[in-house]
Ligand binder design. Structure first.
Ligand code: SF4
Length: 122
């Protein structure tokens, strides 16, 4: 089952925004029913005891706030990619430059093979 960009979920969202709350609720329940019946719906391939348990996974990610659950990356990247066009695809160069500047400020010469900077060794 395809969850991302699911036609039922998109329809439910549209109906809800248009004020058709009852219809939206029914479609939402049908969408969730199909998800429950679809088996393993989690795209994450990490060996993880929380695999497919969205309650535990989301709660843990909210707790540490380091990054989002993998299933949400595509949605966020979709928005970020659109935004990054404002700087004509220079985001990667910016991140690399900032990493180099931080590493230099910490005394890293970036001399180790494959160094991303910041270790202070070498
Ligand atoms: S919230 Fe976590 S467990 Fe649920 S689908 Fe996303 S990555 Fe998998």
């Amino acid at each position: 089952m395809q969850i991302d960009n699911n036609e039922l979920a998109i329809l439910q969202d549209r109906l809800d925004r248009e004020g058709f709350k009852e219809e939206a609720w029914k479609i939402k329940q049908e969408f969730l029913k199909q998800v429950r019946e679809s088996g393993d719906h989690c795209p994450c391939r990490e060996a993880c005891p929380h695999h497919g348990n969205c309650f535990e996974c989301v709660t843990i990610h909210r707790g540490h706030r380091d990054h989002l659950p993998l299933c949400m990356w595509d949605m966020v990247n979709e928005r970020l990619a659109a935004l990054s066009h404002m700087t004509e695809g220079s985001l990667r160069d910016y991140e690399d430059r900032k990493a180099r500047e931080e590493a230099e400020a910490e005394g890293c010469g970036g001399c180790c093979e494959g160094c991303a900077g910041g270790c202070g060794e070498g």
